[in-house]
Design a protein around this ligand. Structure first.
Ligand SMILES: NC(=O)C1=CN([C@@H]2O[C@H](COP(=O)(O)OP(=O)(O)OC[C@H]3O[C@@H](n4cnc5c(N)ncnc54)[C@H](O)[C@@H]3O)[C@@H](O)[C@H]2O)C=CC1
Ligand SMILES: O=C(OP(=O)(O)O)[C@H](O)COP(=O)(O)O
Length: 355
């Protein structure tokens, strides 16, 4: 069993902790929290050992009636791997602590690519993480773009990608973010940071991106144009993308016209927190004009990096191949939604730790 601790139990950390618990080859050693808030209560109810991320605040937990298993250093010592899901910049600062205890760590997309041994997307560069000390699971947008480019690059070759990212202003729980009533070029500089971030995964891909921020919280939306090195038909592209477990082609029959209905659909299927681990590509949007492919895809920013963290744990420890790790992760989480509209219905929600 791989013993995994989660340091930083917020939007991403709590989802990764649940995903670890669903894996047959992993044991969640515990989670580190800074304060005894509603998320700490939930962790206790789930039976997750709780550690004080900031030792000086341990008394706050005791005063709140929450028993601590120890301090963050105890969690690090008890773990083979740490998933750091602290706010942007904190993960990089924590690396010294991880190195002190010779415990490899997985950081998230808010950290700098320069701070890690490798950036990571399971479908794109799984093997690069083996034996690394610090791995970065790239941000939700970079994950979504890299997952899409992988089959296109392998099957047809990518000459140039141009993507407009319509970015949600903040997560639903981030009430201090916006915009409330505006549409912002964000970043106003062109190209945006997303293209260079994809190049930390695919150094040779020619990609330019621009970003816009809108008053929305549920998901991001990408308007994608990829100039291919050959001229596939729409049907060929559709088949190629639907063969990818983490690309969900939203069928016309579903009547899903936007991110609101996508999230409603996810909740209706029983997904925990209404999470969508897959890229959601509008099937009707797939178009080919000569060498140019066009499509829309939506990315659930709170969720698509979760299976990537699980695969990064295995990749780092070198215990499974890319194909086997992704298959285990997908099966245990219930990744893959096509079966709800086509073929034998199968499970699309996580296994429990017991089954
Ligand atoms: N929320 C999103 O849409 C996505 C976030 N990310 C990245 O994931 C990372 C975490 O982001 P979120 O989960 O959204 O943040 P969050 O703010 O929801 O959660 C961070 C958690 O870390 C805790 N924390 C703060 N300082 C800490 C410390 N010193 N030690 C331990 N815990 C500490 C906070 O109390 C909070 O519970 C960031 O790098 C972010 O860029 C990546 C993809 C999507
Ligand atoms: O959108 C994201 O990052 P990105 O747009 O910089 O790739 C992630 O969801 C993190 O978002 P945030 O940095 O706006 O919280």
């Amino acid at each position: 069993m791989i013993r995994v601790g989660v340091n930083g139990y917020g939007t991403i950390g709590k989802r990764v902790a649940d995903a670890i618990r669903a894996q047959p080859d992993m044991k969640l050693t515990g989670v580190a929290k800074t304060r005894p808030n509603y998320e700490a209560e939930a962790a206790v109810r789930k039976g997750y050992p709780l550690y004080a991320a900031i030792p000086e605040r341990s008394d706050q937990f005791t005063d709140a009636g929450i028993d601590l298993a120890g301090e963050v250093e105890d969690l690090i010592i008890a773990s083979d791997v740490i998933v750091d899901a602290t706010p942007s910049g904190v993960g990089e600062a924590n690396c010294e602590l991880y190195e002190t205890y010779d415990t490899p760590a997985i950081l998230q997309g808010g950290e700098s690519a320069d701070a890690v041994d490798t950036s990571f997307v399971a479908r794109a560069n799984y093997d690069k993480a083996e034996g690394a000390d610090i791995v970065r699971v790239v941000s939700c947008n970079t994950t979504g773009l890299s997952r899409l480019l992988a089959p296109l690059q392998e099957e047809y070759g990518v000459e140039k990608a141009r993507v407009t990212l319509i970015r949600r202003g903040g997560d639903p729980g981030q009430v201090d973010r916006g915009p409330i009533n505006d549409i912002l070029p964000d970043p106003v500089t062109v190209p945006s940071h997303h293209g260079p971030d994809v190049k930390t995964i695919y150094p040779d891909v020619d990609i330019d991106t621009v970003g816009v921020k809108v008053p929305a919280t549920l998901m991001h939306l990408h308007s994608v144009n990829v100039t291919l090195a050959s001229q596939p038909t729409v049907a060929e592209v559709r088949q190629l993308l639907s063969d990818e477990s983490r690309l969900f082609l939203v069928p016309e029959v579903a009547g899903i016209d936007g991110t609101g209905k996508l999230k409603e659909f996810a909740m209706d299927t029983g997904r925990p927190r209404g999470d969508l681990w897959e890229n959601c590509i509008w099937d009707e949007s797939i178009a080919v004009e000569g060498n140019d492919l066009y499509l829309f895809q939506s990315i659930h920013q709170e969720a698509d990096v979760v299976p990537e963290n699980i695969d990064a744990i295995r990749a780092l420890t070198g215990r499974e191949t890319q194909e086997d790790s992704m298959a285990i992760t997908d099966d245990r989480l219930g990744v893959g939604l096509e079966s709800l509209f086509d073929g034998p219905r199968r499970r699309v929600v996580p296994h429990s730790a017991d089954d």
